[in-house]
Design a protein around this ligand. Structure first.
Ligand code: PGA
Length: 251
């Protein structure tokens, strides 16, 4: 039985006042978080602040990105995996479609960052997903399998015991267009079967989150699908009531 895992991706939102209010709301409602793993992923500059504001052991901390280089050094503007660990992170989101599309991150770079995160025992949340054009061109499985196989080839299938996958159809992110629960389930099952070809035991245990316009009113149905093990939440994670409602929707 896989435990649901819901993570909030705050993206480049917030300031100290907003974040203090948001975390105060999360603290107050965190008593209802049972049988679900929960993390929030603030902008890197606020990680330490959020860690200090969090007054619950039920919400973990994650970063949104890390440097590829595993060791510190002359990499101006970058943040190392050791630094996010030092500040209290347990997770890091990697290969989000915004990083792929806007900052040109390649499958190879996502794979290398996955290896970097694993080397520090930080759990990577590896994002995969197709654009609408790719889906309509019948390339969904090709795109997802290429994204995943690049990571598998780099770190090995057994490493997926310590990796979370987030399936985020690009056309559903921030658009209000959620994949239907059936559409999402189909891709989640495909992802699990792809891993199962290489290691059935790992595939059975791996957490596969769904992301893309998850809201309190659709989370329950999505999380009820057999291969959907929680969500990566953007917009709705910026509201404490909505985020906690989503976290508790599947339990
Ligand atoms: P959204 O974002 O929930 O705002 O669609 C999801 C994500 O990008 O992780």
């Amino acid at each position: 039985m896989r435990k649901l895992f819901v993570a909030g991706n705050w993206k480049m939102h917030g300031n100290k006042t907003f974040i203090k209010d948001l975390v105060t709301g999360l603290n107050a409602k965190s008593v209802s978080l049972n049988n679900v793993d929960v993390a929030v992923c603030p902008p890197a500059i606020y990680l330490d602040f959020v860690n200090k504001c969090l007054a619950t052991d039920k919400i973990f901390l994650g970063a949104q990105n890390i440097a590829i280089e595993p060791e510190q050094g002359a990499f101006t503007g970058e943040i190392s995996i050791a630094m996010v660990k030092d500040i209290g992170c347990s997770y890091v989101i990697l290969g989000h479609s915004e990083r792929r599309a806007i900052y040109g991150e390649t499958n190879e770079q996502v794979a290398d960052k996955t290896a970097t995160a694993l080397s520090a025992n930080i759990t990577p949340i590896v994002c995969v997903g197709e654009t609408l054009a790719e889906r309509e061109a019948g390339k969904l499985e090709l795109v997802i399998s290429t994204q995943l196989n690049t990571v598998i080839n780099k770190v090995g299938i057994d490493a997926f015991a310590n990796i979370v996958i987030a399936y985020e159809p690009v056309w559903a992110i921030g658009t209000g267009k959620t994949a239907s629960s059936a559409q999402a389930q189909e891709v989640h099952a495909f992802i699990r079967s792809l891993l199962a070809q290489k290691n059935a035991e790992v595939a059975e245990k791996v957490i596969i989150q769904y992301g893309g316009s998850v809201k309190p009113n659709n989370a329950k149905e999505l999380f009820a699908q057999p291969d959907i093990d929680g969500g990566l939440i953007g917009g709705a994670s910026l509201n404490a009531d909505d985020f906690i409602a989503i976290c508790t929707a599947g339990v």
